[in-house]
Design a protein around this ligand. Structure first.
Ligand SMILES: Nc1nc2c(ncn2[C@@H]2O[C@H](COP(=O)(O)OP(=O)(O)OP(=O)(O)O)[C@@H](O)[C@H]2O)c(=O)[nH]1
Ligand SMILES: [Mg+2]
Length: 295
């Protein structure tokens, strides 16, 4: 008898949702950065253990959209919540709830889904403040389960899995048992490159960065990738390339290291930087960059 469960991971930007997904799977399939709005697409992560399969959907952080890209991201969140048996709402320990968090909590406490409160980053919060925080939030909303964790330290993530497993339902598996994510190879490469850009570039530039894989050749354990990094301004292009091309080299070599580890193959990366003004507000461009809910 096989069992399945669909679990959505939601919460505000930077709460640690993608870090949690990676911790639960024991493999890094979602990119992570200290900058908010890192995740732009729903990312499916699949954990199969014998007869049991848990399907996690990591989503973009809840915020009020200011661009069409933001609208796409929030629509993705809405889509993910539709089929979810469990909604894992990730908050930051000790932090005041945002309006977007409150709106979502209200909606999800009234839905058919189970609602788990996952209080993340307990490593940054003292015990007294944490107890007060849990008291306040648990009083205000109706949770089926409240679990304080540190996703970064993998502290408490075993309890999350234990609690989720109580709700598995008899059903066929929706994904093959040996698959861990639904992201195509090209998307994984594009995301790895975008993560390095997010980490290495400062402030507003990363929010205007999109990565497209133009070519991917996989021959005898050697993967050759040609990628285009899009940004919004000439000045940003200069910064991404850097003095004597050093920044671009750094982005490429960090991305290569990660990709080689993930795919267990030698990787060659050829990166190009291009400008596409205001792409975040162009429906056609969003679609070209893979941000399209209509597919
Ligand atoms: N101290 C601490 N930092 C954490 C923890 N979990 C995640 N972080 C950090 O928080 C930042 C955001 O993590 P992400 O996993 O990218 O957060 P997210 O919720 O997916 O963010 P978006 O995709 O932008 O919505 C990163 O710098 C993580 O390293 C934790 O348990 N403790
Ligand atoms: Mg994320």
């Amino acid at each position: 008898m096989t069992r399945s469960l669909f679990v959505m991971i939601t919460g505000k930007p930077n709460a640690g949702k993608s870090t949690l997904l990676n911790a639960l799977l024991g493999e890094k399939i979602a990119i992570v950065s200290a900058k908010p709005q890192t995740t732009r697409n729903n990312i499916t992560g699949i954990l199969t253990e014998g007869e049991d399969q848990i399907v996690f959907i990591d989503t973009p952080g809840l915020h009020r959209p200011k661009t069409l890209l933001g609208e796409y991201m929030m629509k993705s969140v809405g889509n993910a919540s539709e089929g979810a048996d469990v909604i894992m709402f990730v908050t930051e320990a000790g932090k005041k709830l945002t309006v977007a968090e409150r709106d979502a909590l209200k909606k999800y406490s009234a839905g058919d889904n189970l609602l788990f409160l996952i209080i993340n980053k307990v490593d940054t919060c003292d015990k007294g403040r944490l107890a007060e925080y849990i008291g306040d939030i648990a009083n205000e909303y109706d949770f089926d389960c409240v679990i304080p964790i540190s996703a970064m330290k993998k502290d408490g993530t075993d309890i999350v899995l234990k609690e989720l497993k109580k709700h598995l339902v008899e059903s066929p598996h929706f994904f093959p048992d040996d698959v861990m994510t639904d992201q195509p190879e090209k998307q994984i490469f594009a995301e790895i490159i975008r993560e390095k850009a997010l980490r290495l570039l400062s402030d507003e530039i990363p929010h205007g960065v999109a990565v497209v894989i133009e070519e991917l050749k996989d021959e005898n354990d050697v993967i050759r990738v040609r990628a285009e990094i899009f940004c919004e301004r000439e000045s940003h292009k200069g910064i991404i390339i850097g003095k004597n091309g050093e920044m671009l080299k750094k982005i490429g070599s960090y991305a290569r290291e990660d990709a080689e580890e993930l795919f267990g193959a030698k990787v060659y990366m050829d990166l190009w930087v291009k400008i596409k003004e205001n792409w975040r507000d162009s429906r056609a461009q969003l679609s070209n960059f893979g941000y399209n809910n209509e597919e």
